[in-house]
Design a protein around this ligand. Structure first.
Ligand code: ATP
Ligand code: MG
Length: 359
């Protein structure tokens, strides 16, 4: 079960994250992708902490719940990993075939991955010739075995078969490339004032982390999972209103206009600082390629005003991506308004579900 291995099985996507378990199953027709099954079920706090499963019984029960609600056709699962257990690095290596690289990769990884090689699953993908043309760029991915095994186990306990695993940050990229709406398409530009290289950032803001991916002309240049997310806003609401997590979370989702404006402003300040820090970090190696546009997704993008606030604080045009703008959903099966509303939060599972159609 490789991280990048091509796949042609029909699979449902399961995104087991800290705030919820999300399920998406897609079909492909001649006119494009179609939503076949979808469900989201919340997870109590502390069931998944820093992307490690703490309470596997609750996770597999919640997984069974989403299966019950969504009734997907397939029993095969593609799931995602993110956070500290995952190391993603682009390295320059001498030109060689994929087969040769397979024999070499362990030694190369040993230099870049701070974990014992016996404790990680390794995978790689050849990107192409490096900038100077003499070598080739290779994306190296290492993920802790015990983390992947824990995900596989809850999937098995729910009566399903884990077929494929991907990095959440790549799932976002996949969804953006395949499905993003017209606004994303405008990246290609209209010929006037065309920058030589289009540089854009995909920031998927979850409950506890941001999957950040910066692309140069659609090629991955920088990835990072940083610990910050919607939970920070919940915390600000807790502090401002003197309420517990659950009540604050509910206020955020159901009565946002009643939330203390200073709490919201604090959150946007921290979010802005966090993103600026990441862009600064990116600029260390890529000073000549400043980010021209930011595309947001994740539940954190549903906080009213987020795109405008980021645009203002970073001075970079910022838009929200909705993968469902290009996926057909039958109105007798799905509530169109609901689908459009939660769309940005479904980027990871949609990107994972697209793996069913790998060529
Ligand atoms: N309508 C909404 N308005 C404001 N915030 C929202 C809304 N819907 C979801 N959120 C927030 O988005 C976050 C959940 O987003 P998401 O589902 O992308 O995270 P996750 O994948 O479970 O978490 P992570 O990947 O960080 O572990 C929560 O903090 C939640 O409060
Ligand atoms: Mg997530």
């Amino acid at each position: 079960m490789g991280l990048f291995s091509r796949n042609s099985d029909a699979m449902m996507a399961v995104d087991i994250s800290s705030a919820s378990v999300k399920l998406v199953e897609l079909g492909k027709t001649r006119s494009g992708y179609q939503l076949k099954a979808m469900a989201v079920a919340p997870l109590p706090r502390d069931v998944i902490v820093e992307n490690e499963i703490i309470d596997s019984t609750t996770v597999s029960r919640t997984l069974k719940d989403v299966i019950e609600i969504a009734r997907p056709e397939s029993k095969n699962v593609v799931f995602s990993v993110s956070g500290n257990a995952l190391i993603i690095k682009t390295v320059a290596m001498p030109m060689m075939s994929e087969l040769e690289l397979e024999a070499q990769i362990q030694f190369e990884a040993d230099e870049h991955v701070p974990y014992d090689m016996a404790d990680v699953y390794l995978d790689f993908q050849i990107l192409g010739p490096s900038e100077d043309g003499a070598e080739m760029d290779v994306v190296l991915v290492a993920c802790k075995r015990d983390v992947i095994n824990a995900y596989q186990q809850v999937i098995q306990e729910a009566g399903l078969t884990a077929k494929c695993v991907d990095c959440a940050v790549f799932a976002v990229e996949n969804a953006a490339a395949a499905l993003a709406d017209e606004r994303y398409g405008t990246l290609a530009g209209n010929g006037e004032d065309e920058p030589e290289v289009h540089v854009h950032a995909l920031a998927n803001i979850g409950a506890n982390l941001i999957n950040m991916n910066i692309l140069h002309d659609d090629n991955m240049a920088f990835v990072r999972d940083q610990f910050f997310g919607g939970n920070q806003l919940t915390q600000e609401i807790q502090d401002a209103h003197g309420v517990g997590f659950q009540v604050a979370e509910q206020m955020k989702l159901e009565n946002f206009s009643g939330v203390d404006v200073v709490a919201v402003d604090n959150y946007f300040n921290l979010l802005g600082d966090e993103l600026i820090r990441t862009l600064d970090f990116y600029a260390v190696k890529h000073a000549d390629f400043p980010v021209q546009k930011i595309f947001l997704s994740g539940g954190g993008a549903l906080v009213p005003g987020t795109a405008a606030q980021i645009e203002e604080r970073l001075g970079i045009e910022t838009k929200i991506l909705n993968p469902f703008s290009r996926i057909k959903a039958e109105s007798h099966q799905f509530d169109a308004d609901y689908i459009q509303h939660i769309g940005p939060m479904m980027m990871v599972p949609v990107g994972l579900a697209l793996r069913s159609f790998d060529q």
